[in-house]
Design a protein around this ligand. Structure first.
Ligand SMILES: [Zn+2]
Length: 334
């Protein structure tokens, strides 16, 4: 008899990835789909459900399906299987995705934040193996984070610990999708890098002009994503490697925010290792080198030599592997 598999789902702002994963963390088969824009919870839930159903046949060929485990880019309640708020999916909130999918698919369903899943994935199979404590930054359409201590996610009192993307790295700085100003996400997400590059190309110089604080509105940058038009953060990184001044400036600006974020995490939590993952981390040294330099220059000085920062190892599979790992662990404890 074949061993069991978990269908892991990584639901981001624009894409949905699926994987059938065994208990050893091997991705046996994977698929990917582009998510349509949704203004209503019901249509969003129906699309997620039908994508999983389409994938079930392929997954079943790999083994008995034990559960579905969904990593989601937003605030989640892992205990109740709830998405509190989805800034990159039209700002929908209070989505009962766990109970809905459980009923429709007749399987146990687990829900967690995608960065938590990525952190567990890296701890289990990636660059964070065998460390005591690990903080993972995920730099994508938005910015997330997950903190793992001795193999467990630290979730905090309300399940939302680790949301590094909405910590402030510049008071009064650029507007974030959450409505606040100066969040890390408004510096180092793919969306922010593209926006900063365009600003510099238009000849407006460095940084973001700060307007007087007005009514806090939700920006549309996260909804549009970094792929709006032809330009992507990956393209900006390529341009930077070829010496484009505006692109280098945009990545330096992103690195400054990231460096402050890394320093804050290190001062606060003292993790043994910090990993940088997500699509934006593919920019490589053009982003990470100045970010680590910035972090070292502002960390509480006696601690600076202890800082260890690396690129995450699992790429797009991190959240899938972590989501599956969380599901296998939960099933075992039932
Ligand atoms: Zn924010």
């Amino acid at each position: 008899m074949k061993a069991g598999v978990v269908i892991a789902v990584d639901l981001g702002g624009t894409n949905l990835r699926l994987g059938a994963i065994d208990a050893a963390g091997r991705v046996l088969v994977r698929a990917r789909a582009r998510m349509g824009p949704h203004r209503r919870k019901r249509t969003l839930l129906e699309e997620i459900c039908s994508r999983i159903r389409h994938f079930e046949r392929e997954a079943r060929a790999c083994g008995r399906i034990e559960a579905v485990s969904l990593g989601f880019a937003g605030y989640t309640d892992a205990e109740r299987g709830l998405i509190y708020f989805a800034p990159n999916l039209g700002g929908l909130g209070n989505i009962d995705v766990g109970p809905y999918l459980g009923k429709r698919l007749e399987l146990p369903v687990f829900v967690d934040n995608d960065a938590n899943c990525a952190a567990i994935g890296e701890y289990f199979k990636g660059a964070g193996r065998s460390v005591h404590s690990l903080f993972v930054f995920t730099l994508g359409t938005g910015v997330g984070g997950g903190f793992v201590v001795k193999g467990d996610i630290w979730r905090g009192a309300h399940g939302t610990a680790g949301e590094i993307g909405h910590t402030i790295v510049m008071a009064g700085g650029p507007r974030c999708t959450c409505g606040n100003r100066g969040c890390l996400e408004a510096f180092t997400s793919a969306t922010a890098i593209v926006r900063e590059y365009r600003r510099r190309k238009r000849g407006r110089g460095a940084g973001v002009r700060v307007k007087p604080a007005g009514k806090a509105g939700r920006g549309k940058a996260g909804v549009l994503g970094a792929t709006a038009g032809e330009l992507t953060a990956r393209r900006v990184a390529d341009l930077a490697r070829h010496g484009d001044r505006a692109a280098l400036g945009a990545l330096d600006y992103a690195a400054k925010g990231l460096g402050i974020g890394i320093a804050n995490i290190f001062n606060l939590l003292d993790p043994e290792l910090i990993l940088i993952g997500g699509g934006v981390s593919r920019a490589g040294s053009v982003l990470l080198k100045p970010a680590i330099q910035e972090a070292r220059s502002i960390i509480y000085p006696p601690l600076a030599p202890r800082l260890r920062v690396k690129r995450a190892a699992l790429g797009d599979d991190a959240a899938l592997i972590g989501a599956a790992r969380l599901a296998f662990a939960a099933l075992k404890n039932r």
